[in-house]
Design a protein around this ligand. Structure first.
Ligand code: HPA
Length: 272
């Protein structure tokens, strides 16, 4: 079966099982899974039931698709995502994005937990992603191009949609939630960075660092989606303020910020 057939098979299966034509897709990062509980008329399907889908393994990632309505939008949310560091080929990491495209998703909201690189950021801050730097040493579009999805050499000049960024900033202001803006550096992990690596990320223009998002965003832009990315700064990155990050802290801060994050996301869904 070629790639396109595999995407179609998964999309048809989901369409039948969930009876959904979503317009907005969401990828819920570490600690944000709760967001899916607010979806009305919820229909759920485990990744393990979907043909072609990889299965998530990390603690704090549920591993299911949730479809329904939220703030008047038909949405489909990934509760848990696939990370390159788990050992999946990049093609599998981004598989769900292409399936979402076939389901009709035109706008994708991607969230993640990230380490703060920029001085002045604090754990618990939310950062609207304005751009990214791909430091994974790989690109999800490597291999034969799937022409039905997009062109061979897609531009990434406006990977993060300016209108969606402005809407997010406006919503945050209205809710009196302070948000940062910045550049997300995508690394493979799973080891956290060294202090020297974090100094480098600051020098090359990074404001936050994390182990996800970049592959999904490249794939989404390739297939014509408009993307909004928001990071939850769960910790200061290695060496910033003599900090040593750990996964427990990432999950704990993610949980603490969840309420504020959900409030913002709901408002954004209402506005777009
Ligand atoms: N580094 C990389 N990824 C992360 C971090 C970090 O400090 N925090 C949350 N995800």
């Amino acid at each position: 079966m070629d790639k396109m057939e595999r995407y179609k098979k998964a999309a048809n299966f989901i369409e039948e099982r969930l009876n959904t034509q979503p317009a907005v897709g969401m990828i819920l990062g570490s600690g944000l899974g709760q967001m899916a509980e607010y979806i009305e008329g919820k229909r759920v399907i485990d990744y393990s039931d979907i043909p072609g889908f990889p299965v998530s393994t990390v603690e704090g990632h549920a591993g299911r698709l949730v479809a329904g309505e939220l703030m008047g939008q038909r949405i489909i949310a990934m509760q848990g995502r696939f990370h390159y560091y788990e050992g999946y080929p990049m093609e599998q990491v981004v598989f769900p994005v292409r399936v979402m495209r076939l389901l009709g998703v035109k706008r994708l909201i991607v969230t993640n937990a990230a380490g703060g690189v920029k001085k002045g950021f604090k754990p618990g801050d939310l950062m609207v992603i304005t751009d990214h730097i791909n430091l994974m040493g790989y690109n999800p579009l490597i291999g034969t191009n799937v022409d039905e999805m997009g062109e061979r050499f897609p531009g990434m000049t406006k990977a993060y949609d300016r209108d969606l960024i402005d809407t997010a900033l406006g919503c945050a202001k209205g809710l009196e939630i302070e948000v940062r803006q910045g550049v997300y550096c995508g690394v493979t992990g799973p080891s956290f960075e060294t202090p020297a690596e974090i100094r480098m990320l600051g020098i090359i223009g990074g404001d936050a660092v994390g182990m996800s998002t970049v592959p999904e965003v490249i794939t989404a832009v390739h297939c014509g989606m408009k993307v909004l990315g928001i990071s939850c700064i769960t910790n200061m990155a290695a060496g910033v303020l003599h900090h040593a990050p750990n996964h427990k802290e990432v999950l704990e801060v993610g949980k603490r910020v969840q309420e504020k994050f959900i409030l913002l996301l709901k408002e954004i869904l209402r506005e777009i």
